[in-house]
Design a protein around this ligand. Sequence first.
Ligand SMILES: [Zn+2]
Length: 598
Amino acid sequence: MFRRRLPLLLLVLAVLLAGGWWWWRERPDPSVMHVFPGVRGPAQASKIVEPPRTRIAQFDRGGPHRLAILVTDPQSGWLGLVRGFRAHGVPITVTQDPAKAMTHKVVLVYPIVSGRVLTAGQLRALAQHVRDGGTVLAFNLAGGGLGELFGVGPGTEASSRLRLRWSKTTGEPEADEIVVSSAGEAKVASVGYAPGTAQVAARFDDGSTAAACRQVGGQACVLGVDLGSLAQRSMNGRAEALARRYVNGYEPSLDSLFRWVRDLYVAGEPMPWLVSTAPAGKQVSILFTHDVDYGPSVRNALAYADALKARDIRGTFYVQTKYMKDYNDKVFFDEAAVADVKGLLARGQEVGSHTVAHSGAFEHTMSLGDGRERYPRYRPFVETVDTVRGASILGELRVSKFLLERLAGAQVVSFRPGRLAYPFTLPQALDASGYRYSSSITANTVLTHLPFQLTDGRADGALQPVFEFPVAIEDEAPPPLLQRLDSADALVARVARDRGVVTVLIHPNTIGDKLAFEAALADRWKGRAWMGATDRFGDWWSARDALELDVEPRGAGWTLTAAAPRAVSGVEILLPKASSKTVTLALPEGGRSTTAIP
Ligand SMILES: [Zn+2]
């Protein structure tokens, strides 16, 4: 009997031993990890779904009073134009149909005008469109015999032109001369034109014409910067080599090119409209954000929250859920920290995630993970400045969000990586783990002071439903922050001239001067700036982005029609050629409206 049962008993013993060993190995070690009893999760896995390639047809809609983008090569950077114009609030229709494009007064032909991509009849029609009072803007006038119409000599393609200088100068060096390519790894193609009869609006550093228009009935214009590619490269965070500075400065290189085209649209369209980039009645938006990534910062954050609350402002607090003791620091996300995070929420503040491990490896060497990382099994252990064990990108996103939600009751939709380490997979990982807003790169390296939509893999093909709010001002560069109050104020004022967005990053590792800076900046902009947290502004910005607007002639006047897939309020529509210069929209989700334009 016993003999017959021996194998079974041995099996049971082996299973027990293996289980015991597994339990011993997997048990949380309180000397290196803070254990929240009974807390496990997130239960649901995060699944990365590769989005379908964004198609031109998705933007081939709307009435003829929008700016038309006629795409002559679908492999080009046209999606960069979409992202840029949407950020700038310029209404667009994107099409591959020349006849349809020419039902619009203002047509941007991108990226190339030549007999290879357009028939002789289509080229003649483009020329006729200009003579009939329309505006045609070309990037690469490579052929088709339209040089004389545009008033420029032959164009020369190169990527060696680094700067563009506007003819109309303002005395501001960053705005008068902008960067368009780099001598290093971020090369962007340009076309420099030989002089002709057109009025030159800008020249490249080699003296060739970069932007010019010829009046002939309407306007025929060239812009020799591949704006779509430059926008893609910048917004994908691949233009660092172009950037003139890292942070804390004014860098309008991308914005000034989009604004030049915007102004052509406004000039050439009988009833142009623009969607304001700032909430109604405000000149600029300031997002006060805080990186809580050091023990004392958790408690200090409450002082910042008090100062903001006293001013009726919500800030964003990106909290690192550091429950592991490692090379970086000891544990500081524990019960006391959870109580402080609840304190932030009680003061009406937004709580976002600042990872678990705050590892430099996040950007280059950390694996994406399988989306099943769960607390307490997930134990990222930082070993050196740029090495970490047991960490994954999805783990950093999922587990930090889970803990802040489960333990403190936060609703986490915004993320900032430690050290602004920015992996190429971040957009899709953010989407998969339930985030909607990212603040992961500096405004000066993306060459814009506006938020924008991210793409899969930070590449050219597919949009992700996540928006980036780049950092404009931070607290680590010398001199100390409070000494930079006037220069920060001047930067906000400069960005305010174009109703842009300023994200301020402060580490609440100390209270005194940094808090004084934040309070003073908020007081200086009281009433003039929209000031708040990333989640609310992100909701406003993404609802604004989703708006579909058109104008139509009706009787002697015009009407503005609006459809809002998401609820919007305080969205100002600018009507430069109407007697009422603005209409302010407020619509519920799915709402539609028709407004007579006085
Ligand atoms: Zn940090």
